[in-house]
Ligand binder design. Structure first.
Ligand code: ADP
Length: 152
């Protein structure tokens, strides 16, 4: 097992509903290590790059508008198999199909306000982390009360 990193974005819909703390707590309570965190505004270029796979979809304008309504909070999370684990905790894209207990299942109210983004696979995670964080914004440190062996 290798240690991976993944990217989570707390989207404007969640910022406006003041859910950031609850979402961050979900990851912390699950023993997931935060190695980077920052608030920032996504400019046109960033949204277009981040959602380039959807640029021809009719709802792309909607995505652009909702992702730029407020700043977002970007999180870099680290652990074994973290990309897959965070996607499981995130839940389905569609709020109607997201299982209760997942972040989207519990908080998401619509497709365009589905609370968070989480990298889909390790390759995307690497690219997305580079898009949102400089190397010096990602930290190495030891936690006090979580055993760093096992799956963390
Ligand atoms: P995910 O975010 O689960 O990886 P996608 O990459 O397919 O899913 O989509 C990116 C984001 O685009 C979704 O999280 C959602 O906010 C938005 N989106 C996807 N499909 C639609 C749609 N049909 N209408 C509006 N927004 C959508």
């Amino acid at each position: 097992m290798t240690i991976e990193r993944t990217l989570v974005l707390i989207k404007p819909g969640a910022i406006q509903r003041e859910l950031s703390g609850e979402i961050i707590t979900r990851f912390e309570r699950k023993g997931i290590k935060i190695v980077g965190i920052k608030m920032m505004k996504m400019d046109d270029e960033m949204v277009e790059e981040h959602y380039s796979h959807l640029k021809d979809m009719p709802f792309f304008g909607d995505i652009k508008k909702t992702m730029q309504r407020t700043p977002i909070i970007a999180l870099a999370l680290e652990g074994h198999d973290i990309v897959k684990r965070v996607r499981i905790l995130t839940g389905d894209t569609n709020p109607r199909e997201a299982s209760p207990g997942t972040i989207r299942g519990d908080y998401s109210i619509s497709l365009s306000n589905n609370v968070i983004h989480a990298s889909a696979n390790p390759k995307e995670a690497l690219e997305e982390l580079q898009r949102f964080f400089k190397e010096y914004e990602l930290f190495k440190y030891h936690r006090m009360n979580v055993m760093d062996y096992a799956e963390n």
